[in-house]
Ligand binder design. Structure first.
Ligand SMILES: [Fe+2]
Ligand SMILES: [Fe+2]
Length: 254
């Protein structure tokens, strides 16, 4: 059960990708860009949780959501400040183009959420899984950041908060839905899985679409270009005499 793992611990999948994460985070420029985007994600998440605090009718949840939102806003500031410091230090040396967002995404995935449509139970289940995923990834990011102690310290600090968010959301879910909290968690898991599938499918469709259009460009267009050139060669150049039968009076437009 989830409550048996109250501390941050990377999932096997995230641990398996550690070498890839180490490479992605090794470039200072890429690191700065990623931290900047992480900052935006955290701030956006904070905004959604602030909205959740407005719409909940549960006083305890409202207080916890407010503290949670303040944490997320603070994370946003920490990430952006560190990104700004890296940009000023390393901008001239960076050669990063690839950001690896598929493999090293930021925060919580709260962009999937329509806060106004959620009940306390579904909101808490979604938040718990999102915070758990963030805590897992941030554990790996912290561990691969030995070469950058200030960034590592930020991940360490944020990880502490994400672990608290992960735990309080599970405890509150068990409070507001004592009989059905596992069902809510499974529904939230399936929903996240479905949205992940849609994201991957959309990205793959974009890649396949680009490949097909490229193939069409190189396979279908050349015959038309050849036919056009051949027709051009048959055309007489310059002014040509119009045959008498086509040279009627100029008393109509066509
Ligand atoms: Fe956060
Ligand atoms: Fe969080």
């Amino acid at each position: 059960m989830d409550s048996a793992r109250p501390h941050e611990r990377a999932t096997a999948f995230d641990r398996m990708l550690t070498p890839l994460h180490r490479w992605i985070w090794s470039d200072a420029g890429r690191r700065a860009h990623k931290l900047l985007r992480f900052g935006e994600t955290e701030t956006d998440g904070g905004r959604d949780i602030l909205r959740a605090a407005e719409v909940t009718t549960d006083p305890l949840l409202r207080r916890l959501y407010l503290e949670h939102a303040i944490d997320e806003f603070r994370h946003g500031v920490l990430f952006r400040r560190r990104a700004a410091a890296l940009f000023s230090d390393f901008s001239s040396r960076s050669n990063s183009g690839f950001q690896g967002d598929w493999f090293a995404p930021g925060g919580h995935g709260l962009d999937d959420l329509q806060v106004d449509d959620e009940s306390d139970e579904t909101m808490l289940a979604f938040l718990h899984l999102s915070e758990k995923a963030a805590a897992s990834r941030f554990t790996v990011y912290r561990d691969v950041m030995q070469h950058d102690p200030p960034t590592r310290a930020i991940f360490e600090e944020i990880l502490h908060d994400e672990t608290f968010h992960m735990n309080y959301t599970l405890i509150q879910l068990a409070r507001v839905a004592p009989q059905q909290h596992q069902r809510h968690l499974w529904r939230a898991r399936l929903s996240r899985l479905w949205k992940s599938y849609l994201r991957v499918a959309t990205a793959l469709a974009g890649i396949f679409g680009s490949i097909l259009l490229t193939i069409q460009y190189f396979v279908l267009l050349p015959p038309f270009a050849w036919l056009a050139r051949r027709a051009e060669r048959r055309e007489l150049s310059g002014w040509t005499r119009v045959p008498p039968e086509r040279s009627g009076l100029l008393d109509r437009q066509y």
